[in-house]
Ligand binder design. Sequence first.
Ligand code: CTP
Length: 247
Amino acid sequence: MKRPARPSELPRRRSPIVPRAARSAERFADRSPLRILITAGPTREYIDPVRFLSNDSSGKMGFAIARCAAQRGHAVTLIAGPVVQPTPEGVQRVDVVSAADMLRAARRAWKSANVLVMAAAVADYTPADPARFKLKKSARTRVLRLTPTADVLADLSARRRVGQCVIGFALEDRAGRANAAEKLRRKGLDAIVLNRPTAIGADASRVEVLVRGAAWRRLPAGGKTELAERLLPIIEEVARAAGRGCP
Ligand code: CTP
């Protein structure tokens, strides 16, 4: 018995002569899944085998974005620093420790993604000479020399191909909008999400979003899952614009 035709095998009903306006409306309404690379959580920069520099990031915001993106049908790769968070269903997770690990993993994943959402709280400095063995206590003052880490967001932004879009976060305790807008320009981003230090490790947050060329949007304060649900349509809008070759 002949099997029923699959939808992809059915004759296309659309007339070959489609008015230009309808064609562009169709492109605008494109809902094909995106390949989204998300980073979350802190990094650890080891001083010796048992001590490290880090921050209080819990990864909750990045994990909420990953969960929400997967629920909306997107293909999600989540690069996570050391956090205690369950892997959201359908998400491909890569665990990393240091900023250097995150850079390596992100560069690899960026080759096949079309959107980067950089929610991780990457350490800006790493010990210049980490000790091979546990440092011994001494009565003397110790000086820790630090070297800057690579900026993962700026690095991936500089390596982007046509159609890829880059969304960063900014954590600011002063002059939030001005500092975040400056980061958007300096790192060549398509959009930036501004949050405050009170968001670190918390279940809720208050964010504002700046899409390049548009005005600031303040999202209603809420839980991180709720915020992720509000951010996803913006991320999709920015990604579709980049996919259409819009500036
Ligand atoms: N970021 C990054 N790599 C770093 C530092 C930051 O990719 N080594 C990314 C963060 O993930 C975030 C954005 O850059 O998406 C802004 O991070 P933020 O901590 O607000 O600012 P910095 O660029 O680190 O600058 P500063 O600490 O001076 O505010």
